[in-house]
Design a binder for this molecule. Structure first.
Ligand code: ZN
Length: 489
């Protein structure tokens, strides 16, 4: 067991070092360093991969004598990781890396010039490689299952599609009702918010929620993210917009939510493959909970608004709590996913989920994708993108070969409400605590029920054990109705 743990430690260290280099690339590295940096990262990642799939690792797994439940889980999860890793031929991995490198360049050009045909042949190639990837990984029902499983272990296409279509039946008419009510105004968040004050205010609030800055820090990057170098060093990044309060503030809470998950993993799992979030959906449930269920709630702002007014006297001095609360919860259908509000966001995801399945199953030709995108957008959200830059070309994911990734965003939204409801059953005065600026009970509930497990339990198991049921759309829809129904009269 010691020898196995030693080896897993070395693999982990290589991956963590690669993460430091990637973080530097997004935050401080001069642009000219990109080519050398990507080679360095590739070297570290491939060394880690080689060590993992090496016969010696399998030999150690065979002979290791587990002395605890954690040891048993280390062996079980590492075995599964290796099984998956060896199924995909390294030639296919190399081809995907090369193809996505070219596709990313073509996507950037296509997006800048609203020129879908430049990207189309690359996307066709990526889809083809993803199908090969799915065949190599194996699946029971359909190839998309294998792609989804990479990001959300154990979830199946049929199961996710059933939950999403149930949600959409309620959500599409609900969005129409909300947008026709004419109740909201975004004004107060589109004023002058000095950048250094935004920085300090966001970080102060993340800290009061429990993001531990002795084991974390925040830096700037074009696209916000969180990343873990170990359980004791989990970083976040944010971006600042001078005349818009939301991106930095709610972005900081979102990334801090991801980071608190990683900071809460049982230290006994450090150096093993278990020291990670259990799925992307579960990860997103944590970021969405702190961003939306806490950070966009009225009780939270009853606590935070006075200090927001003190911090931003020019922007918020003549705004009251009610106006501000409405402004941060405005529902306006937009064509851009990353700018979408809490309610319409899930529809952006469902659209991508359907189109991905159709691409993989060959039911939509790549050249027809823009039309298919725009038609669905118009029928679900009531708006039609003016061009493909604001439509099918807006996201980077497909150019990177990340097909099967999008649904995890919406799964996270649904899980966040299911988990929050369970927390509220255990801690009935949760909202009163928020009014007093107390978040430690919620955090320690999440630590116990979700965080400390790392990858020892799957997202499905955690959900079942904690909430007594699997993934459901009903709780999220009920939450949206009660919050936004009231807001929109
Ligand atoms: Zn996230």
């Amino acid at each position: 067991m010691d020898a196995l743990r030693n080896r897993l430690n070395r693999i982990t260290h290589l991956n963590q070092a690669a993460a430091v280099l990637e973080w530097d690339q997004e935050t401080y590295m001069p642009e000219g360093g990109a080519e050398a940096r990507s080679l360095q990262v590739a070297t570290l990642r491939s060394l880690a991969h080689e060590l993992l799939v090496d016969d010696e690792t399998s030999r150690l797994l065979e002979s290791a004598q587990p002395e605890s439940d954690i040891d048993g889980d280390v062996i079980r999860v590492t075995r599964k990781d290796i099984e998956k890793a060896v199924r995909v031929p390294s030639s296919l991995i190399a081809e995907m890396a090369a193809a996505s490198g070219r596709a990313k360049g073509a996507w950037q050009k296509a997006r800048a010039n609203d020129d879908f045909p430049v990207f189309a042949p690359h996307l066709e190639h990526i889809v083809d490689l993803c199908i090969q990837h799915a065949e190599a990984l194996g699946y029971e029902d359909q190839p998309y299952d294998a792609l989804l499983d990479q990001y959300e272990e154990g979830a199946t296409t049929a199961q996710v599609a059933a939950v999403f279509s149930e949600l959409r039946e309620d959500l599409v008419p609900f969005v129409k009702e909300l947008t026709s009510s004419g109740m909201l105004c975004e004004g107060p968040v589109h004023r002058e918010f000095p950048e250094e004050d935004q920085w300090r205010f966001g970080l102060d609030m993340a800290k009061s929620m429990g993001y531990d800055l002795n084991h974390g820090r925040q830096d700037r990057s074009a696209h916000p993210f969180s990343t873990s170098f170990s359980i004791s060093d989990v970083r976040i990044t944010t971006r600042l917009e001078k005349r818009f309060f939301n991106p930095a503030f709610f972005g900081t809470l979102h990334e801090a939510g991801h980071a608190m998950y990683e900071q809460g993993i049982d230290p006994a799992l450090e150096g093993t493959p278990l020291a990670d979030g259990t799925s992307l959906g579960m990860h997103e449930s944590q970021s969405r909970m702190w961003e939306n269920l806490v950070g966009r709630s009225l009780p939270f702002w009853e606590y935070a608004f006075p200090s927001a007014q003190k911090t931003f006297p020019d922007a918020l001095g003549n705004v009251n709590l009610e106006q501000f609360y409405r402004a941060i919860n405005t529902v306006v259908p937009s064509t851009i996913r990353v700018e979408a509000d809490e309610v319409t966001y899930n529809l952006h995801i469902m659209l991508r989920f359907e189109l991905e399945q159709e691409m993989i199953a060959g039911r939509v030709a790549i050249k027809d994708l823009p039309e298919a995108w725009n038609d669905r957008m118009a029928s679900w959200l009531g708006i039609r993108p003016d061009n493909n830059t604001e439509g099918v070309l807006q996201d980077i994911h497909w150019s990177l070969g990340a097909i099967g990734y999008f649904p995890t965003y919406a799964l996270g939204n649904l899980m966040s409400v299911q988990l929050f409801n369970a927390a509220q059953t255990d801690i009935p005065d949760l909202h009163d605590q928020f009014r007093r600026g107390e978040f430690s009970h919620l955090l320690s509930w999440l630590r116990t029920n979700v965080h400390h497990w790392g990858r020892r339990k799957t997202a499905g198991d955690i959900l079942q054990e904690v909430t007594g049921s699997g993934l459901k759309s009903g709780p999220w829809m009920a939450y949206a109705r009660s919050k936004f129904g009231v807001l929109h009269g």
